[in-house]
Design a protein around this ligand. Structure first.
Ligand code: SAM
Length: 197
């Protein structure tokens, strides 16, 4: 995927969906997420940084309700239109951030897919901690982070994004009161962490 994800430069929600469909690593990460997220039929799931709603719409058939939240209104509108076209009624898309997800009901499971790395890229460990604390404040049973993260050595200064080390993500989730119950390594820069309270 390109470095124009999240809007700008004419990169559209439709472009993003097409890129995701053809990105093998994204698809592997999504499959791991869908098969390892401990979501049950009664759960309310928050998909934060939902973007075009790919994960939210996949999860809808497995749980009671999905709240898709993002800060980017254009992509939220696109996600709503996809839900309508597919006849999926147990998903709502609205404004919400990592720090303040604006969930209007109790949440059982939080999912963050290809999203939280942006907090680290923007503001380093302090911003990532604030983001995780914002999500933990909803007191979910579980937080699943399926994301860009670094398993390997230091990044080169020429890399266009700064990815959080997996250990930093895990430490911050544990500081927020969770135990790491599953880690999936997709590549050296993409992985899945399941954190359970
Ligand atoms: C690469 S997209 C991922 C979309 C989707 N989760 C997926 O797996 O395809 C990252 C999304 O995170 C959103 N985002 C960035 N910063 C955010 C924040 N502080 N709070 C909530 N969403 C944010 C962007 O607007 C964008 O839609």
């Amino acid at each position: 995927m390109t470095n124009t994800e999240g809007g700008g430069d004419g990169y559209t929600a439709m472009d993003y969906d097409t890129d995701c469909e053809t990105d093998e690593v994204y698809q592997q990460c999504l499959s791991y997420l869908l098969s390892h997220a401990p979501v049950t039929a009664d759960d309310v799931v928050l998909d934060v940084g939902t973007g075009t709603g790919i994960v939210a719409l996949e999860l809808a058939s497995t749980c009671h309700r999905v709240l898709g939240r993002d800060v980017y209104d254009e992509w939220l509108q696109y996600a709503r239109e996809k839900a309508q076209r597919r006849g999926i009624e147990n998903v709502s898309f609205g404004h919400g951030s990592f720090r303040d997800p604006e969930a209007d009901e109790p949440v059982d499971v939080v999912i963050a897919s290809y999203a939280l790395y942006m907090a680290y890229d923007d503001g380093g460990e302090d911003e990532l901690r604030a983001a995780i604390e914002g999500l933990a404040s909803l007191t979910p049973r579980c937080i699943v982070v399926a994301d860009k993260m670094r398993f390997g050595p230091e990044q080169s200064p020429s890399d266009y994004e700064t990815l959080p080390p997996m250990g930093t993500l895990a430490d911050l989730l544990m500081d927020a009161g969770f135990t790491i119950t599953d880690i999936g390594i997709i590549t050296e820069s993409v992985g899945v962490i399941v954190a359970t309270r």
